[in-house]
Design a protein around this ligand. Structure first.
Ligand SMILES: C[S@@+](CC[C@H](N)C(=O)[O-])C[C@H]1O[C@@H](n2cnc3c(N)ncnc32)[C@H](O)[C@@H]1O
Length: 286
């Protein structure tokens, strides 16, 4: 059933409608005036767009293809307990990749625009708690706390970093896109293609070896290790008898063969303890 307003309410209603149209027009005019000055200008603001090959302080920016990012993080076996540092982090892809695996990750990058770009990418990927970026020179930065170091630099830069890397905690994993460490041979090399299958993109892995070079005392003799990065040679002397040894270090894990017997052990500062193929245990100190 219809609802008829008395004439006085009809007049009030017309006044309310006019007020409503007036307010709406004012709001529309204000929006048209304000939006181009603020909101629209904000939307139109250009984000920094890097170009592959653009100059950088010591090396140009070229991004690591995503398939190789994944391979590098796989090779380093990145887990949530890792602290990953990418030296020259570019648009942040390795740092963000590591953070997505639950690790804490830091990118050190000299170009401030790239740092901002990487921070924005971390926000978009919602990993800002674990992925951070610092505007700094890698050659003036302390990265000694990293458990995993990622690099895409140049052979000469890797070589400049090598002494610092070799002083990092034994077991630290270093992964490099393309470039080597001169005569420090990688512990593993992997080749993938852009789609992740076997191909031409190359990543190398090194595990920082414990330092064992020198003479170690045994209960019934001594061991003399000659160390070249992760490789060891030397002599085992027991009961006045010398046997040659050859072996490897993987972080603080040592393994060698002496006179046909296999020895394994763990290096902890100035002691090594482990077992040998004869079914017994051995201990060395220096
Ligand atoms: C080849 S790009 C690698 C970027 C990234 N790590 C990746 O794999 O996608 C090298 C990066 O190192 C940066 N860079 C060059 N010299 C640097 C220095 N001395 N300190 C910090 N960053 C540097 C460049 O700006 C560039 O972003």
């Amino acid at each position: 059933m219809g609802f008829i307003l008395p004439p006085s309410r009809i007049v009030v209603k017309e006044v309310e409608m006019k007020q409503f149209h007036f307010i709406r027009s004012v709001v529309l005019v204000l929006c048209l005036l304000l939006v181009p000055a603020g909101g629209c200008a904000q939307e139109a603001k250009e984000f920094y767009t890097p170009a592959s090959g653009q100059p950088g302080k010591d090396v140009v920016w070229v991004p690591t293809p995503q398939s190789l990012v994944d391979a590098m993080l796989d090779m380093a076996k990145v887990t949530p307990s890792d602290y990953v540092i990418d030296l020259g982090s570019g648009d942040g892809r390795l740092v963000i990749g590591a953070a997505k695996r639950g690790a804490t990750a830091l990118g050190i990058e000299y170009n401030p625009d790239m740092v901002e770009l990487a921070r924005r990418a971390a926000r978009e990927e919602m990993v800002t708690k674990r992925a951070t970026f610092e505007k700094a020179d890698i050659f003036e930065s302390d990265f000694s706390k990293a458990t995993v170091l990622t690099l895409y630099l140049l052979p000469g830069l890797n070589l400049r970093l090598r002494p610092t890397i070799l002083d990092m905690k034994p077991g630290t994993r270093i992964v490099s896109n393309s470039f080597g460490m001169a005569d420090w041979q990688p512990d593993e090399t992997r080749r993938v293609s852009e789609d992740g299958s076997s191909g031409q993109l190359t990543a190398h892995l090194w595990i920082v070896p414990a330092k064992v070079d020198g003479i170690w005392q045994l209960a019934d003799g001594q061991i003399s290790f000659i160390q070249s990065f992760q490789n060891i040679t030397g002599t085992l002397t027991t009961m006045g008898e010398n046997v040659e040894l050859t072996g490897k270090l993987a972080g603080d894990r040592i393994s060698f063969n002496a006179g046909g017997r296999e020895y394994t052990g763990t290096v902890s500062g100035n002691t090594i303890s482990g077992t040998h193929g004869g079914g017994g245990s051995w201990e060395a100190a220096r």
